[in-house]
Design a protein around this ligand. Structure first.
Ligand SMILES: *Cc1c(COP(=O)(O)O)cnc(C)c1O
Length: 363
């Protein structure tokens, strides 16, 4: 069995069974120290040097997206959302659900976010921009430099769902003047699903601390920022995943740190893409994250390919939803997979594709 999905991914041995010899009680100075240490390392990887600015929630990434929307968008805000797929749409739905004042840039499939498109919204009094920097549903990686400059020029707060770009692409809050970063445990960090993280700039934290009464009491982020100062959370955290986090952060360090890690992911993505070209598979032309490669099929049913890989070879790749379900599949490059696994994937994928093509011809 091999997982080439974006998350949960094929986990590294160092993060499995980390719980065995550890204490479970977390209201202790020892656990606080583990939290401080992990948060310090994680903040460095995210590129945020502001102290006490990273909190974690026991919930999947969407909960962190919702918590940020609810705790930071106020009545006098006017939000711009970049909507290029399922996750952009999710931000829009959260804005709508919580009655926030927002507009969205709608990007149909296959269309890249360009300067021309973005600057149609220039000088229009928007106060915040929300973006899923890598729109995982189709694999488009937006240009952070472009977005960052736009936000600076318009004096907007920049909120980034970096869930599927963090630890796969060059991402750094200080470098790109990002005010808020959302990540979750099961993607780039390659851990079990269940934890999400919110890292904020100074002005974003001030804003959140000024949120009087968010609609959710459990996700009142003020409580989390107040508790993190002592290495704690207001409620029981997913203790086991915090141990996994410590293990993966140490592992990344032992592999040479952030740059070496990104190079390693990039090398897998490049190897995969080169091979895809050799096989004559089609890769969309918009900018891609190193986290995954989308493959576009015209002459076979892509959904069938996903199902056959799973049923016959126990190889898991991501299908697509909606109108792309028959056309597009996504193969992830994060997690504990190697070149041999990729070679094996291509061999199996190609055998199925040949069969599916013959089947189409017979109909
Ligand atoms: C995976 C992912 C999420 C989080 O989804 P959950 O199912 O709530 O963990 C959010 N945004 C992006 C861009 C993602 O890739």
């Amino acid at each position: 069995m091999k997982h080439f999905i974006v998350g949960p991914v094929e986990m590294y041995p160092c993060t499995k069974d980390v719980y065995k010899n550890e204490m479970v009680y977390f209201r202790t100075p020892e656990f606080s120290n583990i939290v401080f240490d992990s948060i310090d390392k994680l903040s460095k990887l995210i590129g945020n040097t502001e102290p006490n600015s990273l909190i974690y929630l026991t919930a999947s990434g969407t909960a962190a997206m919702e918590a940020v929307v609810e705790n930071s968008v106020f009545e006098n805000d006017k939000v711009l959302v970049i909507n290029g797929g399922t996750f952009g749409k999710r931000f829009c739905e959260l804005m709508k659900y919580h009655n926030k004042n927002y507009d969205s840039i709608e990007l149909p499939w296959g269309k890249a976010l360009t300067k021309d498109i973005l600057y149609q919204y220039d000088n229009m009094n928007y106060t915040m921009l929300f973006v899923n920097l890598h729109e995982t549903s189709v694999g488009q990686l937006y240009d952070i430099q472009l977005i960052s400059e736009f936000c600076k020029k318009n004096n907007m707060l920049l909120v980034v769902d970096a869930i599927s770009t963090f630890l796969a692409d060059d991402y750094d809050m200080n470098k790109f003047d990002i005010d808020c970063t959302i990540v979750s445990s099961q993607k780039g960090l390659c851990l079990s699903a269940g934890l999400s993280f919110v890292s904020v700039s100074k002005r974003m934290k001030e804003k959140i601390l000024n949120c009087i009464k968010p609609s959710s009491s459990y996700f009142d982020l003020k409580d989390y920022f107040n508790n993190i100062k002592r290495g704690q959370t207001p409620y029981t955290p997913a203790v086991a995943i915090m141990y996994e986090l410590r293990a993966i952060l140490n592992y990344i360090e032992s592999c040479g740190g952030k740059k070496a890690w990104l190079d390693y992911i990039a090398s897998k993505a490049q190897y995969f893409r080169k091979k895809a070209c050799e096989y004559g598979y089609q890769i969309p032309s918009y900018p891609l994250s190193n986290m995954l490669t989308p493959l576009y099929f015209e002459d076979i049913n892509a959904g069938e390919l996903v199902a056959e890989l799973k049923d016959r070879f126990q190889i898991y790749v991501n299908p697509c939803g909606g109108e792309l379900a028959d056309k597009l599949i996504r193969i992830s490059h994060i997690g504990n997979t190697n070149i041999e696994d990729i070679d094996n994937l291509f061999e199996k994928m190609n055998s199925i594709i040949v069969e599916l093509k013959n089947k189409e011809l017979c109909i």
